[in-house]
Design a protein. Sequence first.
Lengths: 384, 99
Amino acid sequence: MKKVIMGNHSLSYGAMLSRAQVIAAYPITPQTQVVELLSEMCANKTLDAKFIKVESEHSAMAASLGASLTGARTFTATSSQGLALMHELLHWASGGRLPVVMGEINRAMAPGWSIWTDQNDSLSQRDTGWIQFYCSSNQEVLDTVIQAFKVSEKLLIPSMVILDAFALSHTYEIVEIPEQKDVDAYLPPFNPPHRLSPSDPHAFFGLTGPEHYFELRYKLQKDMEKAPALIEETGREFERNFGRYLGLVDEYLCDDAEFLFITSGTAGYTARVAVDDLRREGVKAGNLRMKVFRPFPFDKVRGIVQKAKKVAVVDRNLSYGHHGIFYQEVKSALYGRDGMPPVFGYVTGLGGRDITPGDFKEIYRLASSKNTPDEEIGWIGVKR
Amino acid sequence: MTKKKETKKIVFQSESEMPVTAMSLGSMLYNKTGAWRNIRPEVDRAKCIQCGICWKFCPDVSIDIVDNWPVVDLDFCKGCGICAEECPTKCIVMVKEEK
């Protein structure tokens, strides 16, 4: 069935179709509507889940962890300051190996207060041990929630399904809502190998000395390293069942691209328009949209980048005192490898300023005028 | 009710033997924390009515019931005094630790 829905409700439908059993969330713009619809679904029994009202995002994640530990499939959602308040518990989720799935609507961090999009909120949580999916359409949001539960529950690693504030969260698009029976066939019930249960009591998360802690984190990394192959496998299975592939990256005219944009989020779709325009002007442009940021898909990115002559990474985020964060990560993935093209970094769209096809063409012009990258950040659209 | 008094330290030789998360590693069996205490509960059995309220309230599960009498596990009791506060007959008195 096709419906015209906003990105926030794509998350809600994704959680509903995944048969989430516990939802604990605290409202924050622009995420609020995700939770509103889920609470309605719980109230009218469209969704057989326990909706836990809490007093903060810290508590929302804490309640989610408790629920997940009992073996319940658990969903939550937040944005910006709310995600920052959850920070401590994000480590508990990954370290506790609790496969919570969270919708995260990218919203710029205050001050000044913003409700508009950029990626500094989710990228500030880069090292918490969560899988991060960056989505570019409402369809992709819904589909990725279902896939994320499958990947997370297999690896026992939590996932964030991330989308842009307003550009997706409040934008209505046509979304194919899968049939419940088809989702049930794709996503079996959650059956964790360990759970909090009176019939098999265990002490969880107790004092862990230097003789054991290191190995537990080694195991987390080793399982994280299994994620790229599992995401591709479950993405192909999703395509067989639903007709839409969900991969690590989204390639647009990358095969013969000499000039390659690397993008994420909705800017990754805007870039396609610029690629088409540039192609009409005779420039062999292409766009590599990063869907999965953690774990970083090293092989995939290297394989695509090495075919290009020049690369421009476009960041809607900034590590102050360094560079755009995707730029850092892409450079790090290529470092020391022979035959890699020069990579240039551009920062744009902070705090929800629009990123237009014209911005991508300006990036192409700027990058064309240089042969070697320097320390200077390429600022696009800042008034100076 | 009595607690298991296993105090052998569990040390895994390889990550492959370990659970996926910090689960039942048994660390609190050998990491004795009673030394944090500066006052300890003493039970006057003449006044104790064996109601078990101290056992229920102890936040660190440091009171065992042995032959119906409360017995404080001083390896873990931190001397918070909740048992003494809650005891309906005031048979538990907190005594200063002096060495």
